[in-house]
Design a protein around this ligand. Structure first.
Ligand code: ZN
Length: 144
């Protein structure tokens, strides 16, 4: 497993003559030593952060109901993790839970900035009623 890599680097220079100064010479908490070149106390700081490849993971599970067959033989289906989003060529974080026993449909989708794209928590039977759902009518979960 690869850890997300992040490197930070503090660079500084004299704001008056441009002399590069090491981080040690920049001084902490406003205690700035004079520039060795011109004696100035003005400094410019640049914080550089590099973020390497992000690790993305996903887990998917299904729980079979031996009493059922066909597409709805799973009484529980779930997905948690990252999933590619083709429309924007990036990744989204997704949680999806389908519970046919409790008649529950839960879906949460966020982009990687944390913006919620989709947040659904409703009875599965209502979700089935929507045009976007791929479940056929007559799901056994509705016939109780
Ligand atoms: Zn200087």
């Amino acid at each position: 497993m690869q850890e997300a890599m992040q490197e930070t680097e503090l660079k500084g220079k004299c704001a008056d003559c441009g002399q590069a100064l090491s981080a040690d010479a920049l001084g902490k908490s406003g205690d700035v030593s004079p520039c060795p070149e011109c004696g100035s106390h003005k400094r410019e700081f640049h914080l550089i952060a590099r973020t390497g490849l992000r690790l993305r993971e996903a887990v998917r599970w299904k729980l079979k109901d031996p009493a059922r067959s066909g597409k709805r033989k799973f009484k529980l289906e779930g997905f948690v993790g990252s999933e590619p989003r083709k429309s924007k060529d990036d990744f989204v974080y997704k949680e999806r839970h389908i519970d046919r026993e409790s008649d529950r449909y839960r879906e949460l989708v966020r982009d990687e900035d944390g913006t919620v794209i989709r947040d659904v928590d409703e009875p599965l039977s209502e979700h089935i009623g929507r045009g976007s759902a791929k479940f056929a009518k007559g799901d056994p979960a509705r016939q109780r």
